[in-house]
Each structure stands twice: as structure tokens, then as C-alpha cells.
Design a protein around this ligand. Structure first.
Ligand code: SD4
Length: 333
């Protein structure tokens, strides 16, 4: 079949409307992204919390060598996963209430391909396993033992967790929390997932998100971080978003997807993050300790962030700029 060029396509479209073959603009078409500029050369990386600074440096190194966003996001968050001083991501992470460090991670690229692992134990780099799920299987998500077996089969490094000092802290915690069904406390120190978003030199977007989750959670609990649409979402036509904080609240509003859809409707990344946070606030009667933060990046290379409570920050890296920025927020603690 002869390929249609843009002009003949439109001519045909007009003819179609005239003879009643094609319907005029459908409602959904009004929701197309409000921006169409060429983002070439707008390399940028943003990521959650101050551990994002080191992760961004690695991601930036990849982008600067003309690497793809998907490689940048994976290699960026691997820095955080390998940091033994980090208590909320990777091998230094805190365990659940039974002493198991269970890791959650996901990754998504500019073709809307995605991979995820949840409730994964004993593997050093869950983000790379998530990428392998994306690239080497027909699935999106593997969990628990199956994810572990897949990781081992594909040669991913094992790691012993929790680290001895982390185990010591957990034992102390356990002494004071004997009641089996007591709700684990939420505070602003044990929710430090890394979510990292990048745009490469082609203007393509990818994102990665990885965490050991809510410290001392119930055994078996999975948060938002490995759930595509909750902890992370990328739509290369529009933008990308990722979340940190109390995962249950993020899942309830399909948080990162919500942020991206708001951008699709023309909101700036900043407005989109704020609206998503406001939706979370509206859906919860009790906001005690309920910190959630979003960061977002659009195709123009514009970024934004917003959190329920004061104290959330994010790391930015772009040409000539490397900075830790305090996010705007709804309320003080
Ligand atoms: C979770 N959202 O498991 C993760 C934890 C987190 O910053 O974000 N920490 O709910």
C-alpha cells in the first residue's frame, strides 16, 4: 500500500469527513498533550530525596555518553540499591516485622514496556531483575520466590540481608512491638524510596523506582513502588512521574498514572503533582503521618514536585545544574 504523507493524510481526512466516513473530532482527541515542541538536547534527570544526588550523577554520566534514558534510570538507582548506609532501599534496607528484607522495584521505558518485582528477597539489585522481567519475559511482574528463582537463573548477584546493624535495630524494635497485630508506625524517616526519571538526548523518557518499603511492615506487604501506575508511570507522549511515601495512599489513587494523565490534560508537572497530592488528602480522613511525595517530568523537560507534608526534597541534574530542591507541600508536620 502506498504510504500516506502528512498532506495526503489530511486531504483524505477532510474527504472522509465530507462523505461521512470519518467522524469529526472525538472527545478523546481533545485530551492530546498540549505541547509538541522538540525536546532534543534537553537531557534531564530528577529523583526523590537527597540520595537522588548520587543516583543522578550516575544517570547523568550515562546520558552524557549519549546513553538511553532506560540505561540511565537503571544505573542511577543501582547506586542507591548498593549503598549500605541507606535504610530504605536495597541491601541496607530495613526488614519487615518478621526480619525479612523484601524488596520492591519497577522500571518503564519510552515504548511503555515495563517490568517489576515485588516481595523479592536476597538479591542485590531488584531494579535489574525488574528490567530483565521487562526484556526477557512476556510478563510485567514477578513476585516472591518466583522472582528470586528467575533472578538466580539469570545470574543476578545475591546479597545477605538484613545487614548485621540493621538486624540489631530490628531486634530492638521487636522487643517493644510484641503485639502481633499492632500497626507499624508511619513516620517521615522510613519512607525513602528512590524514584528516578530521565529524558535522554532523543527526548525519550524512562523511569525507575526501588525500595525496601515500609520499615517493619507486615510480612507479605507490597507497597506502591513495584506497581506500574502507582509508584511509577511513563508515557513518552506526555511525561513521567514517580512517588514516595506511604504506598497504600499512592495505590488508592493510582498516583503516578494520575499525575501523568493530569499532564496529558495540559497541567504542568508542578500542578499535576499538587493535584494528585490534593486527591490523596481528600480521600483520607486521617492524615496523621501520611507523607506522600510525587515528582514529575514532562516532554518539554519541565519538572515539578509536591508532597503532603513539609520535608520532601528531590535531586535535579541537567546541563549546568545539579541541585537538591525542597518540594512544595500542603502542610507542616
Ligand atoms: C512503600 N512507597 O513501600 C514505599 C516506601 C517509600 O519513601 O516510598 N519510601 O510504600
Amino acid at each position: 500500500m502506498k504510504k500516506l504523507n502528512r498532506r495526503s493524510f489530511f486531504k483524505l481526512g477532510a474527504l472522509g469527513v465530507a462523505v461521512g466516513v470519518f467522524k469529526p473530532v472525538r472527545a478523546g482527541e481533545l485530551l492530546r498533550p498540549a505541547f509538541t515542541n522538540d525536546p532534543k538536547g534537553k537531557k534531564i534527570v530528577i529523583s526523590t530525596w537527597n540520595h537522588g544526588m548520587a543516583a543522578n550523577s550516575k544517570a547523568w554520566e550515562v546520558l552524557s555518553a549519549s546513553g538511553a534514558a532506560i540505561d540511565a534510570v537503571e544505573q542511577g538507582v543501582m547506586v542507591t540499591e548498593a549503598d549500605v548506609t541507606n535504610r530504605s532501599v536495597g541491601i541496607g534496607g530495613r526488614p519487615d516485622r518478621d526480619g525479612h528484607v523484601t524488596l520492591d522495584a519497577c522500571i518503564m521505558d519510552h515504548h511503555s514496556k515495563c517490568g517489576s518485582v515485588a516481595f523479592l528477597e536476597g538479591i542485590a539489585h531488584p531494579i535489574s531483575v525488574a528490567r530483565a522481567v521487562m526484556e526477557r519475559t512476556q510478563h510485567v511482574m514477578l513476585v516472591g520466590e518466583g522472582a528470586y528463582e528467575f533472578a538466580v537463573m539469570h545470574g543476578f548477584d545475591k546479597a545477605k540481608m538484613p545487614l548485621p546493624e540493621v538486624k540489631k535495630d530490628w531486634k530492638e524494635w521487636k522487643k517493644e512491638h510484641k503485639d502481633e497485630f499492632k500497626k507499624p508506625e508511619i513516620n517521615n524517616e522510613n519512607h525513602d524510596t528512590i524514584g528516578l526519571l530521565a529524558m535522554d538526548g532523543n527526548g525519550d523518557l524512562s523511569g525507575a523506582c526501588t525500595t525496601s518499603g515500609w520499615a517493619y511492615k507486615l510480612h507479605g506487604r507490597v507497597g506502591d513502588s513495584p506497581i506500574i501506575g502507582a509508584g511509577l508511570f511513563v508515557d513518552n507522549e506526555v511525561g513521567a512521574a514517580t512517588a514516595t511515601g506511604v504506598g497504600e495512599a499512592v495505590i488508592r489513587i493510582a498516583g503516578s498514572h494520575t499525575v501523568v494523565e493530569l499532564m496529558r490534560q495540559g497541567k504542568s508537572p508542578q500542578e499535576a503533582c499538587q493535584l494528585a497530592v490534593e486527591r490523596i488528602i481528600a480521600k483520607h480522613d486521617d492524615l496523621t503521618g501520611l507523607q506522600v511525595g510525587f515528582i514529575a517530568l514532562n516532554k518539554k523537560g519541565e519538572y515539578g514536585a509536591y508532597s503532603v507534608y513539609k520535608g520532601f526534597n528531590f535531586a535535579l541534574r541537567k546541563d549546568g545544574q545539579e541541585e537538591l530542591i525542597d518540594a512544595e507541600y500542603d502542610r507542616d508536620w
